[in-house]
Write a protein that binds this ligand. Structure first.
Ligand SMILES: [Zn+2]
Length: 355
């Protein structure tokens, strides 16, 4: 009797230990300080170095995060060394990271200022392309870049369009983190908000996890450069980013309810295209007033994130038209998603299925 009881106990604690181990798998954040070594980053007349500012901000973000339980921080560089773009992405992939955050400073010939955070996407705007092009051009510092980055030309947006689909699965989570970061910059630090943007960054394209690239401000603007170069500025920017990461982590952890919002057009086996217009931890009542006048909105909850969709159609072309309409209404980061039997599938798979 006693032996049996002992066995049951052992079994119970055995399972308990196993569970607690699975629950405590650390949340892995890869912090990527842009540039380094022979690549100084953006040129500026004021003597600020993008590579130094980015590194100091990243080290501080890491310090903030490492104070938290259950977070593991990995750096692509901790010193002033040159790291190839593809190496940065592979560090994150090898670590099976939960997040990839790349930190940079912006530059422009004008006196532009403000912060912007990028996710990977088809950035159709000229200025988004300009920023991506400048960050991508880092590969020209690398030996053998022609063989290592086959088919990739920072000067030609067309070669990049085919690359964007890879991060599709992580787009809404990336946007959620990007919004958290921009919100903190704007609300807590009163920095000018240039928004969450999409463009094709090689380093983001090659990571297999939610990934963002933060342009913390313009070092070509004297005032903003001074701020970024100051200890206070760097501390504030770092805190905004680490807080945004913690909020993001929290929103994933709070619950795992899945709320189905099957629309009438969704029948078994059918592929349905929708336009995702927003995602966040807030539950918003579905009525046109709350969605800039758009109707046919649906909501899906997954991993504590509510995703809001506009329209539902079996035609990809119609979905693209709906996306344009959503963008015109002000949802500049709207994108097309595909579902089959309530499961999200990639656009590529969906297109193969529907053809
Ligand atoms: Zn940069």
């Amino acid at each position: 009797m006693q032996i049996k009881f002992f066995l049951v106990l052992t079994l119970f604690f055995g399972i308990y230990t196993l569970n607690s181990q699975t629950n405590t798998k650390p949340f892995v954040v890869v912090l990527d300080a842009g540039h380094g070594g022979k690549d100084p980053g953006r040129p500026t007349n004021f003597g600020y170095k993008e590579k130094d500012i980015a590194l100091k901000i990243v080290l501080k973000i890491g310090e903030n995060l490492e104070k938290q339980k259950n977070i593991k921080v990995i750096y692509t560089r901790k010193t002033d060394v040159f790291v190839e773009l593809r190496k940065r992405a592979s560090i994150a992939n090898k670590a099976d990271a939960d997040l990839f955050v790349s930190v940079h400073c912006n530059a422009h010939s004008s006196q532009a200022f403000g912060t912007e955070t990028y996710v990977l996407g088809l950035g159709r705007s000229e200025s988004n392309f300009r920023v991506a092009k400048q960050e991508n051009e880092v590969i020209f510092y690398e030996d053998d870049f022609e063989t290592n980055y086959q088919g990739f030309d920072p000067n030609s947006p067309e070669t990049m369009i085919g690359l964007t689909l890879m991060q599709e699965d992580y787009l809404d989570q990336s946007i959620l983190l990007a919004r958290n970061i921009q919100d903190n910059f704007t609300k807590k630090l009163k920095r000018k908000n240039r928004g969450v943007k999409q463009a094709v960054f090689w380093v983001l394209h090659n990571t297999y996890m939610p990934s963002v690239l933060v342009e913390t401000g313009f070092i070509t603007n004297k005032k903003e450069g001074d701020y970024l170069n100051s200890v206070e500025g760097k501390n504030n920017i770092s805190k905004s980013i680490s807080d945004a990461i913690l909020d993001y982590k929290l929103s994933l952890n709070t619950d795992v309810l899945v709320e189905n919002s099957k629309s009438e057009t969704e029948t078994a086996q059918a592929v349905v295209f929708k336009v995702q217009i927003a995602a966040g931890s807030k539950k918003i009542v579905i009525k046109p007033n709350n969605f800039k006048g758009l109707d046919k909105i649906s909501r899906v909850k997954s991993n504590a994130i509510y995703r809001y969709f506009y329209g539902s159609t079996s035609s990809f072309d119609t979905a693209v038209d709906l996306q344009k309409k959503a963008i015109a209404k002000g949802y500049s980061d709207a994108f097309v998603v595909a579902y089959k039997n309530d499961q999200k599938i990639s656009i590529q798979t969906a297109l193969k299925t529907t053809k």
